[in-house]
Design a protein around this ligand. Structure first.
Ligand SMILES: Nc1nc2c(ncn2[C@@H]2O[C@H](COP(=O)(O)OP(=O)(O)OP(=O)(O)O)[C@@H](O)[C@H]2O)c(=O)[nH]1
Length: 345
């Protein structure tokens, strides 16, 4: 029977995933048996396989053999730490080397801790529990820092980080980036009629509807103001953004929420402003466009298009297109509720 170290219950309740990487299958088996009740254990026997599993499984902890043929533990650790999506995964080196110099180079490569071979169960379990505890706390802090507590979608801070990153990617790839501002119509009247707690419930329902309309894993929905949401769609052209805007209008309409603050037959609706930026080829220019300026132009376009949607009657979407550093209105064939406009700014 496994020694009662007091952490088994909390660790397994959290359902952590632990990746063990060692080119010696016997060593992998020994470690896996020691840790099987602390989480879901997955294994890799070389560096390339380890990197693939890190990307697909997103483990909470990696136990990494430093000496492996091919891609060794240091190279694996450095690659992991250079990837912003994976850098938060803690790495514990497992090695037969005892020298202080070797340990220091492990920490320099980004390791969180060190275990020397031959391994003993109590020590391995104690070190793994400590790292899992820290990981759980840092995950929770990250969630609090990036999530809107009322609706559960991303918050303004997360949006600000991601729009900068997506613009930099769009500049390198030449692919368009779409931004939508989604604003609940006559929400002040909703709050006045039903009260603030009901208004909060309406915000939550609209957040779910907007998120359901955004179907790609990379799509980001954020609440960036009181009753305003932003949607960031990477690699998305104006016609494709139009499709998503139409789905958002339909998803909110399908909520079928009465809005008696406006009229007996009225239902909650949203207005959508779409801005799209294309920076194709600009990364190669001697003076590529300043990304902060481009971000401001994209935000201003989506805002102007939202204003146009509100001004022309609400419960509709309008669009503007930003190309390079210039801004051009684009007129697309409209449907009954996706009414495209050049906007006037
Ligand atoms: N319940 C609730 N209401 C909020 C929250 N944040 C902002 N609001 C309200 O949202 C309302 C926004 O009203 P306005 O900016 O006047 O816009 P509107 O009434 O939606 O009118 P249009 O945008 O022109 O359709 C205000 O009454 C705010 O008090 C929130 O977190 N919860």
């Amino acid at each position: 029977m496994r020694p009662n170290d007091g952490a088994t219950v909390s660790a397994s309740l959290w359902n952590a995933t632990i990746l063990i990487v060692d080119d010696d299958p016997g060593a992998v088996q020994v470690l896996a048996r020691m840790l099987e009740d602390l989480g879901d254990v997955c294994v890799a026997t070389d560096g390339q396989e380890a990197l693939r599993l890190m990307a697909s499984q997103r483990p909470d902890l990696v136990l990494l053999d430093a000496d492996m043929p091919g891609l060794n533990g240091f190279a694996v650790c450095e690659t992991l730490k250079a990837d912003p999506e994976l850098a938060d995964i803690p790495v514990v080196f497992v090695t037969a080397h005892h020298s202080a110099e070797f340990e220091v180079s492990g920490f320099d490569a980004g390791a969180a801790d060190y275990i020397t071979k031959p391994v003993t169960a109590p020590l391995v379990r104690a070190r793994v529990r400590t790292q899992l505890r820290i990981k759980r706390l840092s995950d929770e802090l990250r969630r609090i820092a990036t999530e809107d507590p009322l609706t559960g979608v991303a918050n303004r801070r997360r949006f600000d980080t991601l729009i900068r990153r997506e613009l930099a990617i769009a500049q390198r790839s030449g692919q368009p980036l779409a931004l939508m501002m989604v604003d609940i119509d006559q929400f002040k009247a909703y709050n006045d009629h039903y009260g603030h707690p009901a208004g909060d419930g309406c915000l939550r329902a609209v957040a779910v509807a907007v998120a359901s309309a955004c179907q790609r894993p990379a799509d980001l929905v954020a609440r960036i103001g009181g009753e305003e949401f932003a949607v960031l769609l990477a690699q998305t052209s104006l016609p494709a953004a139009a499709t998503v805007a139409g789905r958002i209008l339909d998803a909110v309409a399908a909520l079928d929420l009465p809005h008696h603050g406006v009229g007996a037959q009225a239902r909650v609706s949203v207005s959508v402003g779409v801005g799209v930026v294309t920076l194709a080829g600009t990364a190669l220019l001697a003076h590529p466009p300043d990304l902060a300026g481009t971000m401001d132009a994209l935000l201003a376009s989506a805002d102007a298009a939202l204003y146009e949607a509100k001004r022309s009657g609400r419960n509709r979407a309008c669009a503007l297109h930003v190309a390079g550093e210039g801004r051009h209105g684009v007129l697309l064939p409209g449907t009954d509720r996706v009414a495209w406009s050049t906007g006037t700014t």
